[in-house]
Design a protein around this ligand. Structure first.
Ligand SMILES: Cc1ncc(COP(=O)(O)O)c(C=O)c1O
Length: 362
């Protein structure tokens, strides 16, 4: 195929081209060592330098205070759903969760296997089209922590405010928006995110956690599932996916070189504006049901009120290099995921194609 290919996948997502090029150049011989990172021991000096540098770069980008540990763990964000409940609460405790879509529902279901969960606010009543304002939430009572998902990757809903906990630890699943804007890390006790969207390839979850919280897990938590174990072991308690970790390091360098998180935020706003403008100007041909104040800057689901046209849209988009635009299998339709690595030109190309397709089929 001629012409640029743009990858709109929700994850594993696109990686910045310079990151791929660097990895390709270094694949056979990592910086004169004569070895590939794929065959480099995870406890040696070479890999140790990579992990130390990655953590330092991440700490700088996000402004992570010293009292927070930075962990890279296996099992994805999904294992965090369980580890959090296991480590940060005890049998008999109850937990407070906000339900805003697919991923918060999954987090709630996982936590419910271990503890009582109070859903203190839910977008279910409005069909997952608007984030409930905090004034309408139920009381957190004495919940062991409060958990929320600021951006729902599948539903395309995003918080337009940062919730306040009532003295409880605030835990946030930032899988689809981490590194897409500056955040105040100290507002949260735990931030976690699967790597495969805005940090690098699949295989690791980032966990940024106030160290003192990790101390409280009881002996009932198996060693490998205790945060304390991984803090003490520098996230190499067992063999990690080393190549993923190395690529995350390259990704961090790329974000830094591009101007950091303020620049990522500026780009995210500009990209999403373009796609929402194409939807809103379509006179109802393209439909996105999310209330304006809750629209995601990262994942934009949209549909056409005609299944056959949606199939054609996806096939024609694919043919001109606009790839992986299909919606989640539970929703159908289309979804444009616009992560950090999506060039503005890719978004322009999609908006143009949307207008063109409507002109031909509307
Ligand atoms: C917001 C959010 N949370 C959790 C997950 C689950 O991540 P993983 O597949 O890494 O377990 C995803 C995956 O897409 C997600 O988007």
């Amino acid at each position: 195929m001629s012409g640029e290919v743009y990858n709109f996948s929700a994850g594993p997502a696109l990686l910045p081209t310079p990151v791929m090029q660097r990895a390709q150049e270094e694949l056979r011989d990592y910086r004169g060592t004569g070895l590939s990172i794929l065959e480099t021991v995870h406890r040696g000096e070479t890999f140790g330098e990579i992990t130390a540098r990655t953590e330092a770069t991440l700490r700088k980008l996000l402004g992570i205070p010293e009292e927070y540990a930075v962990l890279f763990l296996q099992g994805g964000a999904s294992l965090q759903f369980v580890m959090l409940a296991m480590n940060l609460s005890h049998s008999g405790d109850h937990l407070a969760y906000v339900d805003t879509g697919h991923w918060s529902t999954k987090a709630i279901a996982a936590a419910r296997e271990l503890r009582a969960v109070d859903v203190v606010a839910s977008a279910k009543e409005n069909g997952y089209t608007e984030i409930p304002g905090q004034a309408a939430w139920k009381s957190l009572d004495d919940a062991a922590y409060l958990h929320y998902t600021p951006n729902e990757t599948i539903d395309g809903l995003e918080f337009d405010y940062v919730p306040e906990a009532d003295g409880q630890p605030l835990i946030v699943d930032m899988s689809s928006t981490i590194l897409s804007r500056p955040i105040d890390v100290s507002h949260y006790e735990v931030i976690y995110a699967g790597a495969q969207k805005n940090l690098g390839p699949t295989g690791l979850a980032l966990v940024i956690m106030k160290r003192e919280l990790a101390a409280s897990a009881g002996v009932e938590v198996p060693t490998i599932l205790r945060y304390r174990t991984h803090i003490e072991a520098g996230s190499v308690y067992n063999t990690p996916p080393t190549f993923t970790w190395y690529l995350i390091g390259l990704y961090m360098d790329w974000v830094t070189g591009q101007g950091g998180l303020e620049e990522m935020a500026r780009r995210a706003a500009a990209r999403s504006k373009l796609i929402y403008a194409a939807i809103d100007a379509s006179g109802g041909f393209y439909v996105n049901r999310v209330a304006a104040r809750s629209r995601s800057r990262t994942n934009i689901p949209f549909g056409i009120d005609d299944r056959e046209l949606e199939t054609r849209f996806l096939a024609q988009a694919e043919a001109i290099g606009l790839k992986q635009l299909h919606g989640h299998r539970s929703k159908g339709g289309m979804r444009a995921s616009l992560y950090n690595a999506m060039p503005f030109a890719g978004t322009e190309r999609l908006a143009e194609f949307m207008r063109d397709f409507q002109a031909r089929h509307g």
